[in-house]
Write a new protein. Structure first.
Length: 298
């Protein structure tokens, strides 16, 4: 059995992949991280990590130790939330897993509203396309663009997000067919997404001019006149926040009926934690505020 201090070192190395990354996470220096891990390995007579290609990879026995450290982390976080919940107001840090698009354009602009209502609550955004684990307590809330098919989670639908095919408003050429234009689309690891499948059908095996997992990058490339892309309509329509882009819907594709659903996910045992509940309500209100834009209504 390892203690919580040792568990934090093991988890930091496992998640960062190097002593340097772990040191940054823990606020220590590399030498201290290496020394503490070495001391743990000697005490338990277990090699937790092996060095491979400049990174630290868990051994088979180390993987079991990491799982034990994750259980300790889950319990520590549970106690932290319970301690915060004993106060008369919402207190503590709440983690939200969401795509960068959602974090940047929907949630981040409204953090001041949360701060005013709950001044003792802080946030941590976990952005990316990979799903984080509720079971390992990697997050408290998650916003996903598909309803989970399994898992003991509380789910709430937030919105329908409509997509359209866009071209540059300034660079458009009257009468030019879409088929003659360059397509810009998503990385291969996102090929399962409905918007990526739509573009793949248009490409019919051809290679697009650009692949990216960054929606803002795709939108900027379209705006520059590089080609056309299938994007969420609110990326082009949030003019109310001064973010309107020089994009126009491609006329031949304006009847595209493509939507993604946004869902809020929460562990059932977090429902009564004041800080998590407060942030969940704030997420719902943030989506409600931009619902017309998400649905493609001007």
């Amino acid at each position: 059995m390892i203690n919580w201090d040792d568990a934090k070192v093991v988890l930091a190395v496992a998640r960062g992949g190097t002593f340097a990354a772990a040191a940054r996470t823990l606020g220590l220096d590399e030498t201290t991280v290496a020394r503490r891990l070495s001391r743990l390995e000697r005490a338990l007579e277990v090699e937790v990590f092996q060095a491979y290609d400049g990174r630290r990879i868990p051994t088979s026995r180390g993987a079991g130790l990491i799982a034990q450290a994750e259980r300790l982390e889950a319990e520590a976080l549970r106690l932290e939330h319970l301690a915060g919940d004993s106060a008369e107001e919402a207190v503590g840090c709440v983690r939200i897993a969401a795509t960068e698009m959602i974090a940047r354009h929907i949630l981040a602009p409204r953090i001041d509203e949360l701060q005013k209502a709950h001044p003792k609550v802080t946030l941590r955004f976990l952005t990316g396309h990979e799903n984080v684990s509720f079971a390992r307590w990697e997050t408290d809330l998650a916003v996903r663009l598909a309803r989970p098919e399994r898992g003991d989670l509380l789910v709430r639908k937030l919105a329908d997000i409509r997509f359209a095919v866009y071209e540059s408003q300034s660079g458009r050429k009257e009468g030019e067919p879409t088929a003659s234009r360059q397509w810009l689309t998503y990385h291969e690891d996102l090929a399962h997404l409905p918007e990526a499948r739509f573009v793949a059908a248009k490409l019919d095996g051809a290679e697009p001019l650009l692949r990216s997992n960054d929606l803002d990058g795709l939108a900027m490339a379209v705006e520059s006149g590089a080609g056309v892309a299938c994007l969420p309509m609110f990326i082009a329509q949030l003019a109310a926040r001064g973010e309107g882009r020089g994009l126009a819907v491609v006329r031949e594709e304006e009847d595209l009926n493509l939507f993604r659903e946004a869902w809020l996910l929460m562990r059932p045992d977090q429902r009564e934690v004041q800080s998590v509940r407060a942030v969940a309500d704030w997420v719902v209100e943030a989506f409600r505020a931009v619902q017309p834009n998400l649905a493609g209504k001007t």
